[in-house]
Design a protein around this ligand. Structure first.
Ligand code: TYD
Length: 205
């Protein structure tokens, strides 16, 4: 049986990570790996309900409440989707995870980073990704890609998105082994090739 892997995909809204997850999944399946795709917020079941609230609820949501909802969804995702799949040797590709909370609620909303790290550890029961991709892009380009139809998080403004981007880049400096930054202004094919280069090293480890 292959060793299971937990790989997360991060970046500001409109960075193109979902396209890259699909391409990587196709490559891995063609090479006989078992792949599970999940996302935060909203893997499946209860997670989908939490996603609906987090992205579309139009009443007041306090910053702390928002954080706890993302963390609740994370605990559910880890317990019911990620761990069972990784433990049975599958490769889990997860669209957003702990680094999103550091970048968005920490750098974006201004909540204390140490507290967020602590809460993230509680939510994941200390499970860590084996590898994380950050798709880095200037926020003017990314917000153009997002367009006018914006959800609750996307409509927080360009300054907010800039703080989130800065947060991601700092995270990559803190954990260079786990976190790999990819220039998301390149073409879809070029980005896919870079992702594959990194993945192949891990698969052959
Ligand atoms: P995403 O699934 O990338 O949205 P879309 O499908 O529209 O591309 O992300 C949902 C939003 O939730 C995104 O704006 C980032 C935000 N988010 C946080 O603020 N904190 C978190 O912990 C997570 C997981 C996501």
């Amino acid at each position: 049986m292959n060793r299971g892997l937990f790989i997360t995909f991060e970046g500001v809204d409109g960075c193109g990570k979902s396209t890259q997850i699909e391409l990587l999944s196709k490559y891995l399946k063609e090479n006989n790996f078992e792949v599970v795709i999940t996302r935060e917020p909203g893997g499946k079941g209860l997670g989908e309900k939490l996603r609906e609230i987090l992205l579309n609820y139009d009443g007041e949501v306090s910053d702390r409440c928002e954080s706890f909802l993302f963390l609740a969804d994370r605990a559910q995702n880890i317990d019911t989707i990620v761990n069972p799949a990784v433990n049975s040797g599958k490769i889990v590709l997860c669209d957003r995870h702990t680094d999103s909370t550091v970048a968005y609620q920490g750098y974006g909303r201004g909540l204390d980073i140490d507290t967020i790290n602590h809460l993230n550890n509680l939510a994941t029961n200390n499970k860590k990704p084996d590898l994380t991709f950050i798709f880095d892009i200037d926020t003017e380009t990314s917000m153009k890609r997002v367009g006018k139809n914006q959800d609750r998080m996307e409509s927080a403004g360009i300054e907010f998105q800039n703080r989130v981007r800065k947060g991601y880049l700092e995270l990559a400096q803190i954990e260079p082994e786990r976190v790999k930054v990819i220039d998301a202004t390149k073409t879809i094919e070029e980005i896919h090739e870079e992702v594959l280069e990194i993945i192949k090293k891990i698969l052959h480890n």
